[in-house]
Design a protein around this ligand. Structure first.
Ligand code: NI
Length: 176
């Protein structure tokens, strides 16, 4: 396995719309190895999620995992390691949920984003098996943040009150 480079805000690849993968492609050794590298890179960076497009592969794959004591997100609810291939999010209610978000592609910045509070996520796992998850609140935020990357969007685009933007140090000091 190998660590991949993470693109940072301003790089045009982060604004591309990623393409879907076919089942045949997904089963190729090349993409299976890529998924291993994506997970290793996410772990190395203490990320809660990482989309393929963030490591310069514009395909619709992302990894999410929230470990119980993630140093970047101690307030988050744990999510087991999940690979989302070609995910589709469907809002299930009009409720919204606001929370501070951050991103490995936006170094040292957090801001408050409003997300759908209740969603369904339809996706394939890394072997192409279909899954559906229904999630709410802070857990739903992680899925929406990662799936945004697949459409060339960053959390910054959704920060409506820019006075909430803060460095990580100032978040810990003033906003926790
Ligand atoms: Ni991100």
């Amino acid at each position: 396995m190998s660590l991949l480079r993470i693109a940072e805000v301003g790089h045009p690849i982060l604004r591309q719309v990623a393409r879907p993968l076919s089942l045949d492609e997904l089963r190729e050794e090349r993409w299976q190895k890529f998924i291993d590298d994506l997970v290793e890179t996410m772990h190395d960076a203490d990320g809660a999620g990482l989309a393929a497009i963030q490591v310069y592969e514009p395909v619709r794959i992302c990894a999410i995992e929230i470990k119980p004591n993630n140093p970047r997100y101690p307030e988050k609810v744990p999510i087991p390691l999940t690979i989302l291939v070609n995910p589709v999010i469907t809002p299930l209610s009009d409720r919204t949920f606001a929370s501070y978000e951050g991103c490995l592609s936006v170094p040292n910045l957090r801001g408050i984003v409003n997300r759908h509070a209740d969603i369904r996520v339809d996706f394939w796992d890394r072997h192409g098996a279909p899954h559906t998850r229904t999630v709410s609140g802070i857990e739903a935020v992680t899925y929406q943040h990662e799936c945004d990357h697949l459409d060339g969007k960053l959390f910054l685009d959704r920060v409506t009150d820019t006075t909430t933007l803060t460095t990580w140090t100032n978040y810990a000091r003033h906003h926790r």
